[in-house]
Write a protein that binds this ligand. Sequence first.
Ligand SMILES: C[S@@+](CC[C@H](N)C(=O)[O-])C[C@H]1O[C@@H](n2cnc3c(N)ncnc32)[C@H](O)[C@@H]1O
Length: 234
Amino acid sequence: MKFTFVTLFQNIVEGYFCDSILKRAIEKEILSIEFLNPRDFSSSKHNKVDDTSVGGGAGMVMNPQPLFDALDELRAKDEDVHVVFLTPVAKPFRQNDAKRLAKKSHIAFVSGRYEGIDERVIEKYADEVFSIGDYILTGGELASLVMCDAVSRNVDGVLGNSDSLSIESFESELLEAPSFSKPQNYENYCVPSEYLKGNHSKIRSLKLALSECKTKFFRPEQLLKHRTRKSYEK
Ligand SMILES: C[S@@+](CC[C@H](N)C(=O)[O-])C[C@H]1O[C@@H](n2cnc3c(N)ncnc32)[C@H](O)[C@@H]1O
């Protein structure tokens, strides 16, 4: 699977792929990444990519011309590329989106900077528009990395053990039960004794109960969804 990062700041993105799981996935040629800098497409004398906002308002807005030209080139090379814009003015990115997008062959993430991207670029080129949360970042690069990471984990072969995907938080509405490593007793903090007895059905029941407790505490709306779904399934 290929990811293209359309960004003015390649260095911010590149470092993330220098280590760990995504680095290995690139080495194994399961994933590939490339960069497209709108500044390289600017037709202005000083490679300008932004200007003041038409109609007033603070800050600069990214011009249409460099992005139109960059995205035309991208589409000309691969008409199947799925173009995703990162902006707070969008639907929230969820685990279901990560799984769905993992089936695409090529995703391009377009990162805004300053006060954002001229709306006409989004209107012309967006296949989808995502926000990663209800807060404002200085640029879309972190948001595109968040999405890329979450999507990549769902691409076949990226994770060493794909079983870990099926038991994670958000696979159902519930958050995952607490995990413990060794030793069983560390500075008098103990692993729940039921986890140690080897009765897998009891461990499953306890994990479900703990998972419901965590969800009730942190995400009560998710627990409600879970219980509503379960009652319909009965
Ligand atoms: C400072 S923000 C622009 C915010 C914009 N003026 C607004 O109020 O909606 C600059 C860029 O950061 C990115 N960005 C900021 N917050 C984001 C979020 N929550 N999700 C996705 N992208 C975000 C977008 O690419 C955006 O164009």
